[in-house]
Design a protein around this ligand. Structure first.
Ligand SMILES: [Zn+2]
Length: 159
């Protein structure tokens, strides 16, 4: 086993720790599955630097997420200083959200992800939805209504 493997292991464990952190506004969905984790840098003396990208600048959950990430990584053995930074680039896009996260959001939270083109499909019945208000309960989300099942849904947005 080389020293490189040790470094990779610490990095892997740091990534796994970050993956235990859910978005406070999307319970049950990891911020890693939402595509927020961009960089994890570790050093031989156990320093871990986490780089996250925000889903939407000004989202009030950001401070809570950073604190949760720092706490989760700090709990790991052999970890010294932990820093969490919000990166200015790349810009978060909905393409970063994993299929698993999309399924969980649709099933548990009636939360959809804005379609790349055309109307956003309803998480319940897959019919096209109509935007009712540009900004929902948080700036990251819009409110849509499904024309078929009349379900009101929230839609994650990246712009
Ligand atoms: Zn529907």
């Amino acid at each position: 086993m080389s020293t490189m493997t040790v470094d990779n292991t610490l990095r892997d464990r740091a990534v796994a720790a970050v993956a235990t952190v859910d978005d406070p506004e999307i319970p049950g969905v990891s911020i890693v599955d939402l595509g927020l984790l961009e960089t994890v840098t570790t050093t031989a003396d156990g320093t871990v630097a986490i780089g996250l990208i925000p889903t939407f600048s000004g989202c009030p959950a950001l401070a809570m997420i950073a604190a949760d990430v720092e706490a989760a990584v700090t709990l790991l053995p052999e970890v010294g200083e932990v820093t969490v930074e919000w990166l200015r680039s790349p810009v978060w896009t909905i393409e970063r959200v994993t299929d698993d996260a999309r399924r969980t959001m649709a099933t548990n939270l009636t939360l959809a992800v804005r379609a790349d083109s055309g109307p956003t499909p309803c998480p319940r019945c897959d019919s096209p939805t109509v935007e009712k208000s540009e900004f929902g309960p948080s700036r990251c989300r819009a409110v849509h209504r499904c024309d078929s099942c009349l379900e009101v849904i929230e839609v994650m947005r990246d712009r």
